[in-house]
Write a protein that binds this ligand. Sequence first.
Ligand code: H4B
Ligand code: TYR
Ligand code: FE2
Length: 560
Amino acid sequence: MAVAAAQKNREMFAIKKSYSIENGYPSRRRSLVDDARFETLVVKQTKQSVLEEARARANDSGLDSEFNQDGVHIGNGDNTPTVEENTQQDETKNGQLADADIGDDAANDEDYTLTEEEVILQNAASESPEAEQAVQQAALLLRMRDGMGSLARILKTIDNYKGCVQHLETRPSQLADVQFDALVKVSMSRINLLQLIRSLRQSTAFAGVNLLSENNISSKTPWFPRHASDLDNCNHLMTKYEPELDMNHPGFADKDYRERRKQIAEIAFAYKYADPIPSITYKESENATWQRVFNSVVDLMPKHACKEYMSAFRKLQEADIFVPHRIPQLEDVSNFLRKHTGFTLRPAAGLLTARDFLASLAFRVFQSTQYVRHANSPFHTPEPDCIHELLGHIPLLADPSFAQFSQEIGLASLGASDAEIEKLSTVYWFTVEFGLCKENQQLKVYGAAVLSSIGELLHALSDKPEHRPFDPASTSIQPYQDQEYQPIYYVAESFEDAKDKFRRWVSTMSRPFEVRFNPHTERVEVLDSVDKLETLIWQLNTEMLHLTNAVKKLKGSHFE
Ligand SMILES: C[C@H](O)[C@H](O)[C@H]1CNc2nc(N)[nH]c(=O)c2N1
Ligand SMILES: N[C@@H](Cc1ccc(O)cc1)C(=O)O
Ligand SMILES: [Fe+2]
């Protein structure tokens, strides 16, 4: 946003610990798509109340009084135009006025209505006296009704608020009643910036005064983590299948089981970026449940699992991580994955929201549960547990091609709209969780929830369910449920083919910016400036040079 304190955004609009506990999430829903819709609703309501509160505060505080004392009177001030919301088109592209249609929804309102950007700015300013005086870079878009004459007023007012103009650009406006749009980039203290905006809004010379978002990322773009450590904020739970809440859960009537689950969940709640994952001393009964599932997977795998799964499974056995009699520790698994594909694990307390779960994949981080399913139902459980994560997900996360596919789903999810998150999680569901693929004309399994559930595996490969070719556009809108075996499975030609199709489909999504993960800094970069792209091109050129040299050297050695 135009406000450096963008991360404040998340904190302000954040939901504390769990969508369910605080927000009355009903205990049973039909599918994760319903979950995503519920999440959308809660996020919207939370945001709405934060904005309303801030706007009420602004009206009480009479931020505007100073303007008149300055003696720079702009307009008559009694017909205050306000701009309710920034429209997407209002944003600048690479610091220039965008050509797009500039429809505006200026509303005449007696009340002073803050836009989202201003609420964030105001909150950043209200933290402390120093924060109030902190110098802020900002871009303003002003709709000038009366021609270029208003420019002088703008500059004078900025000067009065001790602001420094860094860039000024105008264009003929496409709006009726507006002659020119002016883009002004300024640098000034936060408090003065707020007052400047307020002053300008009071003038009838302007049909709109907008504080613009920075970097093409509107404040309406949902917050997303920029660094792996931001994943400390990405652990919102959906608690619909927890044994406490769900009468059908195999652990509902088992007090000891529920106590154990709580203990293990505490580890995930306390976990912070870069901590080692605490080990758990699993009980005999827990190890016994693992052993039953482990042995059946070992039996069924040669016939039904895809070759990439088996090859990684064998490596995990060779590393002594996968053994029948004891549940692997997440820390050991994380270190194993890091060596093969750079993926690492974080402990998760339960089923996470789709947005949080997918976001971590962008950083090659997999959020894994650590508790064990109830001993009474080893071959199918309604919620992910560590047996599912370990036997289902881990082997393929050690496969380079699959790891990349997972990360690409994650990257596509960052800043995506709620509707797109629903689609991405549906694709995730029918691929990573329940995907089948072909190998020499035979049907094989690569989906984690199929590999970790013997019951589901036998069902998936039987002739009972329907098998359809994987096609992101139609797969992403296929409704599903997550309580019983699936009636439909999607079959990929290969991982490479699935990735190809996925990439083409993702490029049709609406997000107006592109992101890239930098593994050296563990940071997600938004590719929004010529500078950043130039640095990237320079890196790629260096890489090309090394590759060309390697080819030359190999060719040379043939003749010796
Ligand atoms: C993205 C998609 O909705 C997917 O099913 C997610 C949801 N949350 C999760 N949370 C955890 N802990 N483990 C998972 O495998 C998943 N899967
Ligand atoms: N059904 C899976 C576990 C699971 C449940 C829900 C999910 O969303 C994913 C996986 C099993 O028995 O192993
Ligand atoms: Fe899973």
